[in-house]
Design a protein around this ligand. Structure first.
Ligand SMILES: Cc1cc2nc3c(=O)[nH]c(=O)nc-3n(C[C@H](O)[C@H](O)[C@H](O)COP(=O)(O)OP(=O)(O)OC[C@H]3O[C@@H](n4cnc5c(N)ncnc54)[C@H](O)[C@@H]3O)c2cc1C
Length: 355
């Protein structure tokens, strides 16, 4: 069976980002790479959104970028600016096409549907297929979104809604977000932070229909795209092996308090590319322990007091938006962390430390 220098298991966001990063920096000129991906065709299946706190390779796949946003709880709305770190949405369809077109130019890169088709005995493996085991909280972010096209111009495309908690909570944490791509097109997504075993929250179609009709007050529209998914708010099982690194969700690149993963994947890809010549001996790249610790406390509070979370998120944004964005994107310094911590209800968080 054929052997390769590198094998990437899973040609999704992390696998393709890494392959692209290696390819454009000439790291695959004299090395061979196998990408294992079972899907038979690539089509847009996700909209990756994030605050642009660091450069990435996919500016030409940005569907829309915003410098203003809002967050609201019942009867209160906060309008905020994010000029320093615009919020971007990447079209996964454009992302897959751009990368696959580039990778096909290099005959050192081969694609396979199953790992059984190659020998991986002497390869270095980058694995993006997570092994999910239950953890003590077992919380998930699960969601469903539709892109709608309205008959008449309806949306203000200059401002997006990050979180709208003015919706039923069903003893969990629930919000909608709306990303207006143009005056008559927007992604409307229902998002739950809860234990996944609760199917009572998965009537997504009804939730979205009701929100569009009764909150956004839109009558005439068509659904042109739909996405659905779930992100574990705990780290998948990760066994240290000398010839293997996990990447993406499997590689613990998700910020557990928010689900943001895309930009961490890009930073991880860059780190691997910079260290590829000595990758077996490189330090494991991870989201700083500081954020792992703070997110763990945050999720314990969320698990115990879901009813308090809408106010907690709302009040967090009373610190300057720049500070909050840096905090949520792993870029904050000690003083910025402190500003956020001071916005939190202290006793609940202190008690969560000892739970
Ligand atoms: C619908 C959705 C929306 C999201 N939106 C955002 C967002 O707005 N911002 C953000 O930062 N993050 C977001 N995320 C989280 C995260 O960025 C994505 O999940 C991202 O795709 C993770 O990349 P990945 O490579 O780890 O996983 P994936 O992109 O899922 O890639 C894994 C790949 O492995 C393949 N695979 C599966 N089984 C095997 C196997 N046995 N062998 C080989 N290959 C296999 C799959 O087909 C897939 O292509 C979202 C997640 C989802 C599900």
């Amino acid at each position: 069976m054929k052997e390769f220098d590198y094998v990437i298991i899973g040609g999704g966001c992390a696998g393709l980002s890494l392959a692209y990063e290696l390819e454009i920096h000439q790291k695959l000129k004299d090395k061979t790479l196998a990408i294992i991906e079972p899907r038979s065709e690539y089509k847009g299946d996700k909209t990756w959104s994030f605050w642009k706190v660091a450069p990435h390779n996919f500016d030409d796949c940005v569907k829309k970028s915003w410098e203003n946003f809002s967050i609201n709880i019942p009867n209160k709305i906060n309008h905020l600016e994010c000029k320093d770190y615009p919020y971007q949405s990447i079209d996964s369809g454009l992302f897959y096409k751009k990368i696959n077109d580039k990778l096909k130019e290099n005959s050192n890169i081969s694609f396979f549907k199953s790992i059984e088709e190659i020998s991986k005995k002497n390869s270095f493996i980058f694995n993006s297929v997570p092994i999910i085991k239950k953890n003590h909280l077992n919380l998930w972010q699960h969601f469903c979104g539709v892109e709608i096209e309205t008959k008449n111009n309806f949306f203000d495309e200059e401002i997006f809604n990050l979180m709208d908690f003015d919706c039923e909570q069903r003893d969990s944490v629930h919000f909608f977000y709306t990303l207006p791509f143009s005056k008559n097109k927007a992604l409307v997504e229902t998002t739950w932070l809860s234990k996944m075993n609760d199917n009572s929250q998965k009537d997504y179609d009804n939730q979205i229909k009701d929100y569009i009709a009764n909150h956004l007050k839109i009558k005439d529209y068509e659904i042109i795209y739909k996405e659905e998914g779930a992100i574990p708010l705990f780290y998948p099982f990760y066994e240290r092996e000398r010839n293997k690194i996990n990447i993406g969700t499997a590689g613990c690149m998700t910020r557990l308090s928010t689900g943001y993963t895309f930009l961490n994947i890009q930073e991880h890809s860059k780190y691997i590319r910079e260290n590829i010549e000595n990758i077996s001996n490189s330090k494991r790249f991870e989201i700083s322990k500081k954020y792992q610790f703070l997110d763990d406390i945050f999720l314990r509070v969320l698990n115990k007091h879901p009813e308090k979370m809408s106010n907690i998120f709302f009040n967090m944004f009373k610190a300057s938006p720049k500070t909050v964005i840096k905090f949520l994107s792993n870029k904050s310094n000690f003083f910025e962390d402190l500003k956020i911590i001071l916005k939190m209800p202290k006793w609940i968080f202190i008690k969560a430390l000892f739970d």
